[in-house]
Design a protein around this ligand. Sequence first.
Ligand SMILES: NC(=O)c1ccc[n+]([C@@H]2O[C@H](COP(=O)([O-])OP(=O)(O)OC[C@H]3O[C@@H](n4cnc5c(N)ncnc54)[C@H](O)[C@@H]3O)[C@@H](O)[C@H]2O)c1
Length: 272
Amino acid sequence: MTEIADRTAFITGGANGIGLGIARSLARAGARLALVDLDADGLARAKAELDEVTQVFTAVLDVRDRTAYASVAADAEAQVGPVSILVNNAGVAGGAPAHKLSYDLWDWGMGINLDGVINGIQTFLPGMAARGAGGHIVNTASGAGLVARTGGVLYCTAKFAVVGMSEALALELPPQGIGVTVLCPGPVATDIVTRTQAAQPVTARRPLSAAQQARIEETSKYLAKGTSPDVVGDMVRDAIRKNQLYVHTDRLAMEMIMERSKALLDAMPPAA
Ligand SMILES: NC(=O)c1ccc[n+]([C@@H]2O[C@H](COP(=O)([O-])OP(=O)(O)OC[C@H]3O[C@@H](n4cnc5c(N)ncnc54)[C@H](O)[C@@H]3O)[C@@H](O)[C@H]2O)c1
């Protein structure tokens, strides 16, 4: 069992939604926190709340910015101690139909949802391994990292990569005592849709048709009925303790995963 108390957890996208839910749960379990995000006001709110529970470092950081990442990581470790729980969670939804994607959109979506995870691992894993005190890495992917039925081409490309990376890390890191969890949420009640709308590159902010606007509102309403981010936070806490690789927040993707697995197996050549 991985002990959480007295460890330092570094959480990207920790100001809101699932990242904040994980922060709350790990703080209650006795971890010190380093929360980074683009949302300075959200970070201030999170710090005011969680300062009551544990030591909290916060910094504005764009997870795509490798130079800033290294400097924020050094500041965080100087203030709240060496990071041994890394939660690569910052992410955006969005995208566009495949034939309307631009390089701007690809770079933005892959930059946050995949490169942001890579940057977290490159920044912290060497130190975690060298200290020899073990630890845990949590990568937030999505149900859209397991089946390509939802999320669109850009989101699925990044999230499938995060699942593959996590599975490969989980094979390699046991000798270092470092566990891996890949969080594959179904709908979670966060403001990711509106936050993404406001953040995406100008090329994606084309005037929306009434039908597109209606779809966005429908998705927001659908997510609002999803799992609470605080419940997801507790699921992640438990998965860290048990070194559980996969975390699903509901069973909604089950049939789609079975269909995909069956299609993969059906495509195998006959046994020799
Ligand atoms: N909400 C869901 O239904 C759902 C489902 C599956 C997966 N996810 C994944 O969960 C993760 C968290 O999403 P959420 O729903 O909590 O959304 P959210 O918008 O509530 O939280 C995401 C946080 O990441 C931050 N962020 C965005 N871009 C960033 C950047 N470049 N650098 C640093 N911080 C940045 C945002 O400011 C925000 O605080 C994402 O990776 C998302 O893809 C969410």
